[in-house]
Design a protein around this ligand. Structure first.
Ligand SMILES: Cc1ncc(C[n+]2csc(CCOP(=O)(O)OP(=O)(O)O)c2C)c(N)n1
Ligand SMILES: [Mg+2]
Length: 550
């Protein structure tokens, strides 16, 4: 056994089934070891795609996704994916090659200090200097990637260490780890705060979407019957409690959901992670904030909770519910605001204007997606509309990145969702800008025979930035571009492509694409006039009206 074979054996020992990657000559021993292993090598067309795919594997399963690249240029292409996983708290293990460390037969050719590059982008970045260290390093890498707060780790395997005889060292077996539940004193304090509240509100944050948490969280909300809203990344974490859903904070202030937030005297944030754009802004005269999380709150100018309940969130919430159930006469105090908030959000969702409004696109996507269907967003203007208007009832059925908020992750993340859930409908929603950043992965998707529909919203512009440019009073400049014919582009990849030519064609086009199967690109022109009309003019008018009210 050589170092590479030992590394692959250690990955098998961790239960790894697939590795996403794009190898180089420094990985050849590793590639050969993978060929003879139970692990599938998913070859991508760009390392960034591999990193996004691995990160999404971690996000959806709770166990690290793994990606592999060569040294220098290949490794550097992982940087954005590493940051996406670090800010998004997605467990991931990145393995990169390197020239030999014991001798330098090619001098400094292609050598960059990848460990130093990865150090600020990961929870741990280590070079493997001897095969004997591999079992412990791999176990440690997976433990660190997975434990709260999850994130990426990096291991560098130099090619001479990969080729070095390793003997038959013992692998270290993983075992389940139960983390401590909140302290009784903290539970008592939290209980007292909640019992005292006159207008309580729950907020579900990014960590509420951890795959293992859905059951306990839903149970808690249903038992205490306090209405809830969520952050963008906390969407969908309560099932069956939809009568208590007050909305999603896609903006930091002034949206209709803030009618409820601004009236609350207590906000119980569950799993809030301040990597997200603030769902509300704390100020001196605001409500009491109780932070419930795996880890203590990060204190920020806009987030400084007054009390905390720290520990394994699911079991801690169960203990809290036992103390509170049936004792909260004010639980539903803010519920009367719900109908009006949701009615505002639903306005003009069925308008037949062409090009289509973002509201109509979100509405029609919801119509064709079953409850368990997964929508994966890239980054652009439509993210705000989907976060705000798309209703979810199952955790992790709207995957978006409100942390690094990078463009280019929509298609790769949808590909992982389709690999993990071949029985569910999976839709990638991308802007014409973000789609073209990683559209080469269409070839990977078709090679893997995935069932996947890619909806490309066409405005021939970096719409989100164009909107902000206009909102800030700048002239329209530097934000537009031309596009390929997306139908022909799909055909060039030997896949189906269609274009939506009227508002009523969108839902049938998506349905037909899902029915046929395979990879299918659907392009739809979008009318972004609504961005300013609703998200600025209408909300400003609403805020002005609210300040006039007593
Ligand atoms: C990698 C990266 N580059 C730049 C940005 C800044 N940015 C955010 S949204 C956006 C425009 C996205 O355009 P498009 O994908 O066409 O979506 P649209 O807003 O037009 O719907 C840009 C440039 C980013 N978030 N990520
Ligand atoms: Mg665009």
């Amino acid at each position: 056994m050589n170092g590479a074979e030992l590394l692959v054996a250690a990955l098998e020992n961790e239960g790894v089934k697939r590795i996403f990657g794009l190898p180089g000559e420094e990985n050849l021993a590793m590639v050969e070891a993978l060929r003879r292993s139970s692990i599938k090598l998913v070859v991508t067309r760009h390392e960034q795609g591999a990193a996004f795919m691995a990160a999404t594997h971690g996000r959806l399963t709770g166990t690290p996704g793994v990606c592999l690249t060569t040294l220098g240029p290949g490794a550097l292409n992982l940087a954005t994916g590493a940051a996406h996983a670090l800010l998004g708290a997605m467990p991931m293990v990145m393995i990169t090659g390197q020239k030999g460390v014991l001798s330098r037969k090619q001098a400094r050719f292609q050598v960059v200090d990848v460990i130093s590059t990865m150090t600020p982008l990961t929870k741990m970045a280590r070079q493997i200097v001897s095969p004997t260290t591999i079992p412990a390093l791999v176990r440690e890498a997976f433990r660190i990637a997975q434990q709260e707060r999850p994130g990426p780790v990096h291991l560098e395997l130099p090619e001479d260490i990969a080729a070095e005889p390793a003997g038959e060292p013992r692998l270290i077996q993983p075992h389940p780890i139960e983390v401590p539940v909140a302290h009784a004193a903290a539970l008592d304090r939290a209980t007292a705060i909640i019992l005292k509240a006159e207008r309580p509100l729950i907020m579900l944050g990014a960590a509420a979407s951890r795959p293992c948490l859905a059951g306990a969280l839903s149970d808690f909300v249903k038992r205490v019957r306090i209405p809830f809203f969520n952050t963008q990344m906390g969407k969908g974490s309560v099932s069956g409690g939809s009568g208590l859903y007050m909305g999603t904070a896609a903006l930091s202030e002034r949206d209709y959901v803030h009618d409820a937030i601004d009236h609350a005297d207590l906000i119980i944030t569950i799993g809030h992670d301040t990597v997200e754009k603030p769902p509300f802004i704390m100020g001196p005269n605001g409500p009491t904030v109780l932070h419930v999380g795996y880890l203590p709150a990060t204190v920020e100018e806009v987030y400084f909770p007054h009390a905390e309940l720290i520990g394994d969130v699911g079991p801690s919430l169960t203990l809290l519910a036992q103390r509170l159930e049936g004792k909260l006469p004010n639980a539903g105090a803010l519920l009367p605001l719900r109908e009006e908030i949701l009615a505002h959000i639903a306005v003009r969702a069925d308008e037949s204007r062409y090009p289509l409004t973002p509201q109509r696109i979100v509405h029609d996507v919801r119509q064709v997606m079953p409850e368990d269907g997964i929508v994966c967003l890239d980054n652009g203007m439509y993210k705000i509309w989907f976060a705000r208007n798309y209703r979810t009832r199952i955790a992790n059925t709207l995957l978006l990145d409100n942390a690094l908020a990078t463009m280019g992750a929509g298609l790769p993340s949808a590909m992982t969702a389709a690999m993990l859930h071949p029985d569910r409908r999976v839709l990638a929603v991308c802007g014409d800008g973000g789609f073209m950043m990683n559209s080469q992965e269409l070839e990977t998707a078709s090679r893997l025979a995935l069932n996947l529909v890619v909806l490309v919203l066409q405005d021939n512009a970096f719409g989100m930035i164009r909107w902000k440019q206009a909102a800030d009073g700048f002239p329209d400049f530097g934000m537009t571009f031309g596009n390929p014919d997306f139908v022909k582009y799909a055909h060039a990849y030997h896949m189906k492509g269609s274009r939506v030519d009227s508002a009523d064609e969108l839902a049938p086009a998506l349905d037909a694409a899902f029915a046929v199967g395979g990879v299918h690109v659907v392009s739809v022109p979008v009318d972004y006039a609504e961005n300013s009309l609703v998200l600025i003019d209408e909300l400003q008018a609403h805020a002005a009206e609210r300040t006039r009210q007593p």
